[in-house]
Design a protein around this ligand. Structure first.
Ligand code: HEM
Length: 557
């Protein structure tokens, strides 16, 4: 009986799929671009659940599978780079029973999509899952997004960047101390340590919660007033973000649940309590006419104030308490693993290429020469470190945390110029600027697959200080997106990254621990390269197993 029922469901689903696929294919044909059909949509949730298991089986099949299988694998963008665009051109589409997904690698067409916010909209329904604590900038509709953006952007100013700089230097100093005293087997986990560093910087800068650095082997949870500390609660929340996006946290506190799930539920509740306490303390301080802590929270509460003062106004101007909580979470979510993963990729690559470390150290030594560490001034030093920024840019070019951005046409057909053609994209169609493709396209980048930070420095003069950053053609480098809805943390992540490199490489070098004494330098480099390029994409691009490479930090005189 059950088998018959399941068979019936499968048959109905197949019939519907064939019918819907045919309809979408007909709609897509009107664009006159190359089309690749898929039997199931990559965004189909049940498919997403079975996808990793399915591919574990498919990978065992010894003969060639039909070509469409390739685009069903999650994170296919990373291995593909610009290959599908080189085969089919700057615009092509995947057609599925559910939708049409247009992919773009033409920089000018991408620019047009980013600039026309009302024509190519952010699919806010897809982002709804981010509302763990409340509505936020990423889920706001077209009317509300400018209000969120204005309030959130205000505190990302130069004063805050100075704080990012000094806090990162202090965190990295502690990281260097921990790494130089690691066991002969090497640093336990570079990737976990860069996550800790990134979280500590966010907590301090965003929310004035300062924590000392601790390595991945120091696992004991800290308590604050009987709750998990701000950092531990947030870490657990972010580590389990995908689960929390699927299961509301109020369902994770029941006593009959396994302790591991209840712990997550507790952490979410504790983090909410921390936010409520911060809100109360900041409100009190502002009501007393004080300046507040100067954190993001201070800024948000000022916005809350605007709203309550304007009760006669019909239009909402500030943020509600739920929106403050929602945005606090989303800033942590958006700023944590993006930066941490980029630091992890760069650390491994720098270790694999000692000559790049020397190149960076040369710049750092020239710039900070004779200035004591506690007087390294952000405004003076940061602009004079283009080589450090070059390492960040080159890493993001090859390893962008978000590989393609989902945009959607509104309820009207949209015309888009791609090269010398004008195409008409049907309403409600997914249009994806293919970030990794445009950043690795040989039309824009020579030796596109080579990690070469020096490509970002123009007219090297030999004197590191006189060098300038290369500015690539518009929208050929877009890891932070572009246009009005670009990343709010662009400068934040750049300042943090540069400060890490300055502190790390001024007097130390990263060294890969050889697997055997006969391993040559070329073999070591190839091994690290392989680990850095075995990636998966859960929500963001990340290395599958970075700890397979063991590093140590050596002091140089
Ligand atoms: C290397 C580091 C980073 C990368 C590559 C990155 C990338 C991106 C991208 C591609 C978007 C656009 C997403 C979309 O349109 O769907 C975005 C948005 C955003 N990012 Fe970042 N990000 C980074 C670091 C940060 C940091 C450090 C923060 C905050 C401290 C941050 C906060 C945000 C916020 C709030 C948005 C939403 C902006 C809006 O909707 O108006 N990001 N980021």
């Amino acid at each position: 009986m059950l088998a018959e029922l399941l068979g019936g469901v499968a048959l109905s689903y197949s019939v519907w799929s064939i019918f819907a696929l045919q309809q979408n294919y007909r709609r897509a044909t009107s664009m006159g671009i190359p089309l690749i059909w898929l039997p199931v949509d990559p965004l189909n949730v049940p498919f997403q659940v079975i996808e990793p298991h399915l591919f574990r089986l498919l990978d065992l099949i010894p003969f060639q599978l039909p070509p469409f299988i390739y685009h069903l694998r999650r994170g296919w963008y990373f291995g593909d780079k610009a290959d599908t665009h080189l085969k089919h051109g700057p615009v092509w589409a995947l057609v599925t029973p559910r939708d049409i997904h247009v992919h773009l690698s033409d920089a000018e067409a991408i620019h047009s999509v980013f600039s026309r916010r009302g024509d190519f909209i952010r699919p806010q329904k897809m982002y709804k899952l981010l509302e763990v604590y409340g509505p936020c900038i990423s889920t706001a509709d077209a009317t509300n997004w400018p209000r969120h953006r204005k309030i959130l952007a205000a505190p990302f100013n130069e004063a805050a960047m100075g704080y990012v700089w000094s806090e990162t230097l202090s965190q990295t100093k502690q990281l260097v101390a921990a790494w130089t005293s690691s066991s002969p087997a090497g640093i336990a986990s570079v990737a976990k340590d860069t996550r800790t560093l990134s979280l500590n910087v966010l907590a301090a800068v965003g929310f004035r919660r300062s924590f000392s650095f601790r390595t991945s082997d120091q696992t004991e949870a800290e308590k604050e007033s009987g709750m998990l500390s701000y950092r531990d609660a947030l870490q657990l929340v972010l580590d389990n973000a995908i689960l929390l996006m699927l299961v509301p946290y109020r369902h994770l506190v029941h006593s009959w649940l396994p302790i591991s799930l209840r712990k997550i539920g507790r952490a979410v509740a504790d983090f909410r309590d921390h936010m409520a306490q911060m809100l109360e303390a900041e409100t009190k301080s502002l009501n007393l006419g004080e300046k507040g802590s100067g954190s993001l929270m201070t800024s948000f509460i000022r916005a809350l104030d605007v709203q309550s003062k304007e009760t006669n106004s019909t239009s909402v101007q500030g943020l509600s308490v739920d929106e403050i909580f929602g945005n606090t979470f989303v800033i942590n979510f958006a700023g944590h693993d993006t930066t941490a993963n980029t630091l992890a990729f760069s650390t491994l690559l720098l270790a694999a290429y000692p000559e790049v470390q020397e190149w960076i150290a040369e710049e750092v030594q020239e710039v900070v020469a004779g200035i004591p560490g506690d007087e390294w001034n952000y405004a003076e030093l940061y602009p004079r470190l283009p080589r450090c920024r070059a390492v960040l840019f080159e890493t993001l070019r090859l390893y962008p945390p978000i590989m393609a951005l989902p945009k959607w046409t509104n309820d009207q057909p949209q015309s888009l110029r791609v090269g010398d053609r004008e195409i008409i994209i049907p309403p409600h169609t997914s249009v994806q600027p293919n970030i990794i493709a445009v950043q690795t396209h040989p039309q824009y980048w020579p030796e596109p697959r080579v990690w070469k930070p020096s490509r970002w420095i123009t007219a090297p003069t030999g004197a590191a200080e006189k060098e300038e950053m290369y500015v690539p053609p518009r929208d050929t480098f877009i890891p932070w997106s572009d246009g009005p809805q670009n990343c709010l943390g662009v400068k934040f992540s750049q300042v943090e990254f540069v400060a890490v490199l300055v502190r790390l490489l001024l007097q130390h070098r990263l060294v890969v621990i050889k697997q055997r004494s006969s391993e040559t330098d070329a073999e070591t480099t190839a091994r690290v390269w392989q680990v850095a390029n075995e990636c998966d994409a859960q929500m963001l691009l990340r290395m599958k197993d970075p700890d397979r490479v063991k590093l140590k930090l050596r002091r140089v005189e």
